[in-house]
Design a binder for this molecule. Structure first.
Ligand code: BTN
Length: 327
């Protein structure tokens, strides 16, 4: 586990911004620790994957290499609170499960859990989320909005807008959203969102925004069951994406849209979300709880509910479910 502003994060920041070599003495003075302690942290950083050169009488120099861990993400993150505290794991059961524990333990808003792989990644509606190591982003963000439980659903859309915006930025392509919060590139799923909440009848304690993004996973690595319906950013872009940079982009976008929601309410979020929504006018089959609704999608209402025009002319308002567009 690593957190922002540990000695290791501070050292990486200094090595990234300082002159080509930063002396052990300068590091020790900047951190207020002994040179032996500096050396121990350099050793730990090397174990975490950093290539740090040590030259007698010159000091330390960081060799450029694409690294993905909590230190790397935290060391150039410029947000106010999202990702201010990062819990990073090479492997975990599920970042949502961990974030929920951290929420119960009183960790502050914005705390993020990130994993390189998940052994029991959770998808929506009890599904499994494929979470192999070395390729994707699995993260869960702890939010403590002062809203009633009925409005916590709004955060699904806040998260979808942030994820879609970041996927657009890093893929160079405009994604679409499948109601309520799947992010698609070229019609194939690239990111999924699982929102979970801890609440009383009239008060939300916290919300967990769990986001899984297929960043560098290639088509050949996709499990058979989802090969035809899923893709990744690297697959559509034709080149690998810096995962740590993507995580920073996602946290930055999440903070921007979450703040906008808290200040200006849900309308600007829905407006932004609709910019990615392309299901209007298309025939859909919606599974909502145990009911199947078939009709033509006529849009979403102010609360984010899906509107489906039925063959009998009536309109059904769906607040939860899984949508398939049918031909
Ligand atoms: C979906 O079914 O579309 C939602 C997938 C959500 C996956 C993410 S990966 C990070 C976080 N931890 C989990 O166990 N699930 C979410």
């Amino acid at each position: 586990m690593q957190r922002q502003e540990t000695a290791e994060v501070q050292i990486i920041k200094l090595l990234k911004t300082g002159p080509s070599y930063v002396s052990g003495q300068d590091l020790s003075a900047a951190l207020g620790i002994s040179r032996t302690a500096v050396w121990k942290h350099i050793k730990a950083l090397r174990q975490a994957g950093y290539s740090i050169e040590a030259v007698p009488s010159k000091g330390y120099r960081l060799k450029a290499k694409s690294i993905f861990n909590g230190i790397e993400i935290a060391s150039s993150l410029k947000t106010e609170f999202i990702g201010k505290k990062i819990f990073y794991y090479p492997e975990i059961n599920s970042t949502n499960v961990k974030a929920f524990e951290l929420g119960r333990a009183g960790e502050p808003e914005g705390t993020a859990v990130i994993a390189d792989s998940q052994s029991s990644g959770k998808g929506r509606i009890g599904r499994k989320w494929e979470s192999p190591p070395g390729v994707n982003l699995y993260t869960s963000i702890l939010l403590r909005p002062e809203v009633v439980p009925q409005n916590a659903h709004n955060l699904t859309f806040v998260t979808a807008v942030a994820a879609a915006e970041t996927v657009a930025e890093f893929s160079g392509m405009k994604p679409t959203v499948k109601w309520p919060n799947d992010i698609l590139l070229g019609g194939k799923k690239t990111a999924g969102i699982l929102m979970e909440m801890d609440s009383e009848a009239d008060r939300v304690h916290f919300v967990i925004a769990g986001i899984g993004v297929n960043v560098n996973m290639r088509q050949a690595e996709l499990p058979e069951a989802i090969k035809n319906i899923a893709t990744s950013i690297a697959e559509v872009k034709g080149e690998e994406v810096d995962r740590a940079g993507f995580a920073r982009g996602l946290f930055t976008s999440m903070e921007k849209w979450y703040k906008r929601y808290l200040i200006s309410g849900f309308d600007p979020i829905m407006e932004a979300w609709k910019g990615f929504f392309d299901t209007i006018g298309r025939p859909v089959k919606v599974t909502s709880f145990s009911k199947i609704i078939e009709g033509v999608c006529s849009g979403v209402d102010r609360d984010g509910a899906l509107l489906v025009n039925l063959p009998d002319g009536k309109t059904e308002r769906v607040i939860s479910g899984d949508v398939e567009t049918v031909r």
